[in-house]
Design a protein around this ligand. Structure first.
Ligand SMILES: Nc1ncnc2c1ncn2[C@@H]1O[C@H](COP(=O)(O)OP(=O)(O)O)[C@@H](O)[C@H]1O
Ligand SMILES: [Mg+2]
Length: 322
């Protein structure tokens, strides 16, 4: 498998603060690769280095075989970039925005019309191409940005938090387009997210925290490493209950938001026994398969919460029906 992205001990410091602490990973050609981590983990900083926007403090990376420091132009030709914040010109139509980008990326004149048509079709915006962007919904703007990122036929498309601030239904739509892209355009997709469910869609995930990649695998493997099922329950006396679980079953217990969780094998059989023999009153109890949230919790002792999104990220949340 060709490595389209190769990253070697890449670091970024701001004065004496290490935002990215020397990360190592590779991305296969055609993969959907995700950075999952809470706000401030260093996801955007890494993407910005890989896309030549920020200069690394040290270390090395190759995109499509080109060095991100010494072959900047070749790297830029090889990538499409969708920032966390919109960079569309809202006063222009979709078509005009795309035309500008074609010129900027020196797409040959005779190919521009055809390319624009092609990318608008991928994101289902062909019919809206003559509308000014300020009339677009949040989801349509994101789709247009994705289309724009594809215009010069990049090998790798970088998407920084592609669905932040969108309502759940629109988020799902954006994901359909991203998956469609993978099929149609055959390109590598490199994205960041702090949404667990989105990370599930990736072929592989690098879990990031405090500037480090702390785990890297397929979502399935990451969850399997946790082993077994998760029991979560609430009681009237959590402190006592935690001690009892630890002593009775000899397992590691975690408590987040009044909810006590621990892992067991054979969850169904265990649950029956547990409810029967536990000495403290249980108010709610639930048995489930591990999620990526459990993976992060196991790795760091904390949860990735959607509330960790910065104010800037949270700005345009729209709910259905409001
Ligand atoms: N220009 C900068 N100057 C100083 N600190 C920065 C700068 N950019 C980012 N940081 C810090 O680096 C860390 C990682 O930020 P970032 O890469 O944006 O995280 P993420 O995208 O995972 O939320 C954060 O603590 C952030 O405050
Ligand atoms: Mg970010």
């Amino acid at each position: 498998m060709t490595k389209i992205v190769e990253v070697n001990d890449l670091k970024k410091s701001y004065k004496d603060f290490e935002a990215v602490k020397g990360v190592n990973f590779t991305v296969d050609d055609g993969e959907i690769f995700g950075f999952l981590g809470p706000n401030g983990a260093g996801k955007s900083t890494t993407i910005n280095m890989l896309s030549t926007i920020n200069k690394p403090t040290s270390g090395e990376a190759l995109i499509n075989g080109y060095n991100i420091v010494t072959d900047k132009n070749k790297v830029r030709e090889s990538i499409g970039l969708i920032f966390q914040e919109s960079t569309l010109d809202e006063k222009l139509t979709a078509n005009e925005n795309l035309m500008l980008h074609c010129r900027f990326y020196k797409v040959p004149k005779e190919k521009r019309e055809e390319r624009i048509k092609e990318v608008l079709e991928i994101v289902d915006l062909s019919e809206k191409r003559k509308q000014v962007v300020e009339t677009y919904s949040g989801g349509m703007k994101r789709r247009l940005e994705i289309a724009r990122g594809l215009l010069h036929y990049p090998r790798v498309l970088f998407l920084d938090e592609p669905t932040v601030g969108l309502d759940p239904q629109t988020r799902n739509h954006i994901w359909e387009y991203i998956l469609r892209l993978k099929k149609k355009a055959g390109i590598t997709i490199f994205l960041t997210t702090h949404y667990m469910d989105e990370a599930e869609i990736c072929d592989r995930i690098a879990v990031m925290d405090h500037g480090d990649v702390i785990a890297l695998d397929t979502p399935e493997n990451l969850k399997t490493q946790i082993g077994g099922d998760i029991i979560e329950f609430r009681t009237t006396e959590n402190e006592k209950a935690k001690t009892e679980v630890e002593q009775r079953y000899n397992v590691e217990v975690k408590e987040v938001d009044d909810k006590i969780t621990f892992q067991v094998n054979e969850g169904n059989a265990f649950l029956v026994q547990f409810v029967k023999e536990f000495s403290i009153e249980i108010t709610t109890v639930n048995l489930r398969r591990p999620t990526l949230n459990d993976v992060f919790l196991q790795l760091t002792g904390r949860e990735i919460r959607e509330e960790t999104a910065s104010k800037k990220d949270k700005k345009p949340i729209k709910r259905r029906g409001s």
